[in-house]
Design a protein around this ligand. Sequence first.
Ligand code: NAI
Length: 546
Amino acid sequence: MKPNLKNLPTGLRLMQDPTLNKGTAFSEAERDALGLRGLVPPHVQCIDDQVQRFLLTYRKRSTDLERYIDLSSLQDRNETLYYHIITKYIEDMMPLIYTPTVGLACQQFGQIFRRSHGMYISKNDQGNIANVLRNWPRRDIRVIVVTDGERILGLGDLGANGMGIPIGKLALYTACAGLHPTQCLPVAIDVGTNNQTLLDDPLYLGLRQRRTTGEAYDALVEEFITAASEAFPKALIQFEDFANHNAFRFLHKYRNRVCTFNDDIQGTAAVALAGIYSALRITGGKLRDQRLLFFGAGEAGTGVGELMVTALKADGLSESEARKACWFVDSRGLVVKSRTDLNEQKLPFAQDHEPLKDPLAIIEALRPTALIGASGQPGTFTQAIIEAATRSAGRPIIFALSNPTSKAECTAAQAYEWSGGAAIFASGSPFSPVEFNGKRFVPGQGNNAYIFPGVGLGIVAAGSRLVTDEMFLTSARTLAELVTEADLAKGRIYPSLKQIREVSLAIAVAVARVAEDSGLATEKLPTDSQSAIKELMYQPNYVSLV
Ligand code: NAI
């Protein structure tokens, strides 16, 4: 998408538009034609000089939160330069824009707030949301990421401060998959917060009330979804960091009505399944022979379980055989049929087994081949647990998916050391490589950032009317296929983040194909869909404005 050169603002107004601003990189011709002469220093810089200038200060910062503020301020001033930098240095920048630093940024949102970004729809807008959405200056929105702030990463209820998450996720849509920044809209639905610390904080920026719940809450979300679908009919709506009890309900309520998905449930599932596919290339095992033990039976855990069942069925297993491969532990122990406290998501995974609470006894009884942590509880994978899993599996697959880093079920070093170097490890937040017994292990980051940008690009390219489970299954397979033998030799079960644009493109092509094959596409892609989709991807470089 090229800027509309006919109605360009000029002078200071142009410089204050972050989409068009180039700062010191405006050319001589642009300075003459657009009333910029005298408003910028005389020397014309190229984008590489601007990158160096930014990095000079950025690298001197002593904390990640300060670096986060530098990046957000740059995003507010000059989007092209911001995306140029985060795309070029994605491995370094992803932990800043997203987990773990974004968690800290959300916790301190009221203190670090500089300039508003995205839209806030509050309880007070009820009955008027369609009008509020008209205040957004752009109409061609293709991706909306919306949160109500109730379950931000593993940090709990952060109310309107949760806005940092949609902003970060959409930055990744642009950096990783080339969705144009002007086609992305971050939204925070503010129905209050039950976080007393925030309610007592004079700098908190959200509504000063406890959460609205029940019918009034549902009505607000319904009004938002209806208004957003009318105002932005081509938009994919991604639900993000809603609490468990609402996330599943909304997914089921809206998935056959609007183009929507829940990344915590479906995106996480695809990235975990891709990790299992890659890990099996190391162990030589087959998916159908695995016994997966999940710690955490919430959005992330049961979401992974459901996609695993879909994958096992595609492998020829019956539904009940597939479910027998997936075992769950929640805060009250093993999920078994005799329990009377299981919700709708856990019930299909309840196994015919005696109730067990002690994690070690569970591992010794079940002899799992994989431990998948999505409990939000740090330290869940103790030394005894990892040693027991190693005894039963030989080479256990160990995923500590909980975010941010402080919530991971174990660290990468613990997984490698306690398994004697046998574990195939991945985590939700990044861990540095680990030296153990003279070998260097590169832990994979099982972060859904490998999946959702590509899925979104494929859906947008095909104009898919809905988002299906098959799209996530396809994206998991595509991601796993991109892992090289060299990656596997280092213990890495995901491709390097440096390749994220190619990964997203490959996933987008596969997802667009699924949309076409399932009759959901509204756009006709040419035979060479890869080139066509690549062509759609935003490149963060300056374009001439004259
Ligand atoms: P949730 O609240 O829906 O589920 C948490 C589950 O953990 C519940 O079933 C609870 O009973 C269980 N649990 C609590 N203590 C436990 C214990 N000691 N042992 C076993 N289970 C226990 O939360 P959700 O949305 O599933 O998120 C969980 C974690 O996964 C969070 O830290 C979140 O940040 C992370 N996550 C990671 C993603 C990634 O891309 N790596 C994506 C989505 C979530």
